[in-house]
Design a protein around this ligand. Structure first.
Ligand code: ADP
Ligand code: ZN
Length: 565
């Protein structure tokens, strides 16, 4: 079925599509000729032989004569009539029986056969290929990564052993593919692994280990390996992986930090040295309902609000921005400052309880994360998770009528929806939002295209597997240390460009020239970072800078201030 559809799709592309247009014009021309003959037929029959026929009978007569079927049930009996019938027969033979089949063969059949015969999957990359990214294992994450690589004009190739997949990927999705086994040294050689910029191993853990060992036997190209079971990370590194990415664990952590309303330390997403980046719901803090200026977050805790999430949209707040109860604050600060926030919110923190729907790898990682904080949670799954002997879920179908109610969903403050099926996630989000308008619902999108539906169903926050995974991989490929906040916003670290030394922040014009904002300055000798330094702060050589900005702004920064020395 798949191959018929893909063969048909051939006729809707490029030259074939243009030819299809000509075919439609030609059929319209034929229909016009038939209609003309039908009208002439009626006219001649009436004037030559005094017989009257309907237009339908005329069309029928023209078609039977033109196709040389001529049943003989309607015939002329006069010489001019015979001449007319002969002309119709001859034009029918020429237009319908010669030109039409000839056109179909030369415009469609022959190019299609030629295309089929000519197609050979690529078995190697050109010898001059270098600085390319080799991807083993194509899924939603690597597809999103490919889009990002294409936008940045970084060359790449996907290596797959499935020859039948190659033409579909190349022709339908425009993905560059080489056919061959990823663990065959000759194949790795023919895709120029030694000259590659990075290898992405995105198959199962054992296959990834095999890839790492094979690549390492040939060259030192860095390898980023996705890890399925977190405890395999060590083995992958032993096998030669330069970076291991436990995506499920990271996703679980992202979901968990955004679902709980408890204590500030439970929300740390990532850190740069002693500077922590945390995402905390406004709900449950004393700042709710106030403007950023009135809330005095900075004065009371030392923390800086560097961003605000509101149902999936990220904004950089100004003094007049309202801290809405449903919003999520992105904070930057030290552990002590987060502790100060915890003191402040401590008395107000409600008894937290998080429901986790789906105990797969992501759900299990979220549970482990909450367990360490500790935030109480209840897991729900219809099956046992053979990889986990730590958690005891409530068993049953979460979409069933009474299961969640009986498990005590009305006491839940937060809900993590993380099954592997997006429709189920949308259903669970909608149903829970309906019965629990005030719960904090965080959902996982397996495919990027379901993110808007999850927000529409009522999720407060959606974490997309594909974009988180692809952003992490891109960071690794571009050797950046950055925290991925959302598609389009990164927090990243740079050393102070020497030419900005001894200028004040205001005079450095960093914001005007690049659009990036300074989140913090890190003084050289490991002293506490200066968070959201005021414009009159003097930049000192050797300082680290933590900046926030879009990937384009970050690129502009790198271009204006290339690494010197
Ligand atoms: P991942 O490892 O990426 O988290 P999995 O496929 O391992 O994904 O996990 C998804 C989990 O969600 C599975 O354990 C599955 O049993 C569970 N699940 C899927 N649909 C439902 C449902 N309707 N009710 C309860 N659990 C579900
Ligand atoms: Zn578990």
């Amino acid at each position: 079925m798949k191959s018929i559809a893909s063969e048909l799709a051939y006729f809707l592309r490029g030259r074939a599509r243009l030819n299809l247009k000509y075919l439609v014009y030609y059929c319209a021309f034929l229909a016009g000729v038939i209609l003309l003959y039908a009208v002439l037929f009626r006219f001649l029959m009436w004037h030559l032989e005094g017989r009257e026929f309907s237009l339908i009978a005329g069309i029928y007569w023209a078609i039977t004569v033109m196709t040389t079927l001529g049943f003989g049930d309607i015939t002329f009996h006069t010489d001019p009539g015979y001449v007319f019938a002969a002309v119709v027969t001859v034009t029918g033979v020429v237009f319908l029986l010669i030109i039409l089949p000839f056109g179909l063969i030369s415009l469609f059949l022959a190019p299609w056969i030629e295309h089929r015969l000519r197609y050979r999957p690529a078995l190697e990359l050109p010898p001059e290929t270098s600085e390319h990214v080799l991807i083993f294992g194509l899924d939603a994450v690597t597809r999103t990564l490919i889009r990002k690589l294409e936008n940045r004009r970084i060359p790449y190739a996907v290596v797959t052993p499935h020859a039948d997949e190659v033409s579909r990927l190349e022709e339908h999705e425009g993905i560059r593919v080489v056919c061959g086994s990823p663990t065959d040294p000759r194949v790795l050689d023919s895709v120029r692994v030694a000259a590659a910029r990075h290898v992405i191993a995105n198959l199962s853990d054992p296959e990834n280990i095999n890839i790492c060992l094979t690549v390492r036997a040939l060259c030192d190209t860095p390898i980023a390996a996705m890890v399925s079971a977190a405890d395999h990370g060590e083995l992958l590194r032993l096998a030669g992986a330069s970076q291991t990415i436990p995506l499920h664990k990271i996703l679980g952590r992202y979901l968990a930090t955004r679902a709980t309303t408890q204590g500030a330390m439970a929300h740390v997403l990532d850190s740069f040295g002693s500077l922590q980046i945390a995402e905390i719901p406004v709900h449950g803090t004393p700042f709710s309902g106030q403007t950023l200026a009135a809330a005095q977050v900075r004065q009371r805790t030392g923390l800086a609000v560097i961003g605000l999430w509101q149902r999936g949209s990220f904004t950089t707040p100004t003094a007049a921005t309202l801290l809405d109860d449903h919003a999520l604050m992105v904070l930057a600060g030290t552990r002590e400052q987060l502790d100060a926030l915890e003191q402040l919110t401590g008395e107000q923190t409600l008894e937290d309880l998080v429901f986790i729907l789906g105990h797969g790898r992501v759900g299990c990682a979220a549970a482990t994360f909450l367990d360490r904080r500790p935030v109480p949670f209840i897991l729900v799954d219809r099956e046992e998770n053979p990889a986990c002997d730590e958690h005891v879920p409530v068993y049953g179908d979460a979409t069933g009528r009474d299961l969640l109610r009986k498990a005590g969903l009305e006491n839940a403050k937060g809900l993590i929806v993380t099954t592997n099926d997006d429709s189920t996630n949308i259903f669970l989000t909608l149903a829970s939002r309906h019965t629990h308008p005030h719960a904090r619902i965080v959902a996982r999108a397996n495919a990027d295209e379901n993110v808007p539906q999850l927000y529409a169903a009522g999720a407060d926050f959606v974490v997309s597997n594909a974009s988180v995974g692809a952003s992490i991989l891109l960071n690794v490929i571009e050797s950046k240390t950055s925290v991925f906040l959302t598609e389009g916003i990164d927090v990243f670290r740079r050393l102070l460009p020497p030419r900005l030394a001894d200028l004040t922040i205001a005079n450095s014009q960093i914001r005007n020239k690049t659009g990036c904002s300074i989140v913090a300055l890190e003084p050289p000798q490991g002293a506490a970072p200066l968070i959201m330094p005021p414009p009159e702060t003097v930049l000192k050589s050797g300082m680290g800078m933590i900046l926030i900005g879009s990937p384009e702004q970050e690129e502009l920064f790198s271009r204006l201030y290339p690494k010197e020395g």
